[in-house]
Design a protein around this ligand. Structure first.
Ligand code: CA
Length: 357
């Protein structure tokens, strides 16, 4: 055996031994995760379950996650505070639900007339978005991670056709985020309702209209039985769900566990995006065929212009009121300017020139 070979063998033995020792020495950690969703809200609920399974396998069982759905912890919109205070280590939710705490959280989900899903990911991972998201969340003792995108959301289900701006007046609608602010400005009574209570609220007349996500998630909720006018989207062009992680807890984990969580969250986000896309494609194919009462509509140009006008006015006011909101939004706007030119040149032109029959 020559010396070089001996050295290589020795180095290999040391590396393997260290690896085994590190793994054996890895402290067992159990994290608790709370979701805003119930256990059957697909594909959100299974995404979180699969995330926990992935983490357990990747860590060789040294890092496990207990998932508590909203039916267990009873506080779908309480997960922010629970993770902040350390009652839970993690949450899966959506950032715009926390607009009452800080408007800077709004653009981290989606903004009306804003970024598409692909543009959103490009902004988060390669356009400075992650740093800005954590600038908003770190003061609350939390880290933000992208948690899966819904793609373009549909504009919602209405009992009656919306022809003029007057048809909006006094209408009670469930619509969260910045879009809710716009609709309120156009005369609607806007509210946010937890996912588990949407159908009954519509059925009982607590609300007249609602937006949820898109065909993949909407159709099985049965909204079309009560409100058959289904409007195309404008308000959530690429809504990103979120993982929230208690900062102190994350910092206390080993580098290996931190990396496992980061990789698993990124994979989960991507998987949720593609899964939801497939679900919507499937639902769109069967939905209209089986339910001729569903009428797919697009808001008129007058209505869209009014929405855009209200949007611009509110943005100016909100930027002036909150420097961090301004910083995050302007970063997105700048990125959108650049990215959209490429989106138009690539996806848009390709799709436009190759429409299916
Ligand atoms: Ca929505």
């Amino acid at each position: 055996m020559n010396n070089l070979f001996k050295i290589i063998v020795l180095a290999l033995i040391i590396t393997i031994t260290m690896g085994v020792t590190a793994n054996a020495a890895e402290k067992k950690v159990r994290l608790k995760l709370a979701t805003t969703w119930g256990p059957t809200l697909e594909p959100f609920s299974s995404a979180v379950r699969e995330f926990a399974d992935t983490v357990e396998k990747m860590s060789g069982g040294t890092l496990t996650i207990r998932v508590d759905y909203a039916n267990k912890h009873k506080a779908p919109f309480g997960v922010f505070d629970m993770v902040k205070l350390g009652q839970y280590d993690m949450a899966h939710s959506a950032s715009y639900y926390w607009k009452g705490k800080d408007t800077a959280f709004l653009p981290l989900t989606s903004m009306p007339f804003g970024l598409t899903a692909v543009e959103t990911y490009a902004w988060f991972y390669y356009g400075g978005g992650m740093d800005l998201a954590n600038k908003a969340y770190n003061p609350h003792n939390m880290y933000f991670f992208p948690g899966g995108n819904t793609g373009v959301q549909m504009g919602g289900w209405f009992r009656k056709e919306i022809n003029t701006l007057d048809d909006f007046k006094g209408l009670k609608m469930r619509i969260p985020g910045f879009a809710g602010e716009i609709m309120a400005k156009l005369g609607l009574n806007v509210t946010n309702i937890a996912p588990g209570e949407l159908y009954t609220s519509l059925e009982r007349g607590t609300i007249d209209a609602l937006e949820w996500v898109g065909p993949g998630m909407d159709f099985k909720m049965g909204f079309h039985k009560i409100a058959p006018y289904y409007y195309t989207g404008w308000h959530e062009p690429g809504s990103e769900m979120q993982f929230l992680m208690n900062q102190k807890k994350f910092d206390s984990l080993s580098e290996a566990h931190q990396e496992i969580l980061r990789v698993a969250m990124r994979t989960t986000a991507y998987d949720l995006f593609t899964k939801n896309y497939a679900l919507s494609a499937n639902a769109w194919e069967t939905m209209l065929k089986e339910n001729p009462n569903i009428k797919v509509k697009t808001f008129s140009k007058t209505i869209m212009d009014a929405m855009k006008g209200a949007n611009a006015e509110l943005l100016t006011k909100m930027k002036a009121a909150n420097p961090l909101f301004k910083e995050i939004l302007e970063s997105q706007e700048k990125f959108q300017q650049k990215a959209r030119k490429w989106t138009e040149m690539s996806e848009y032109l390709y799709v436009k020139d190759n429409l299916v029959e």
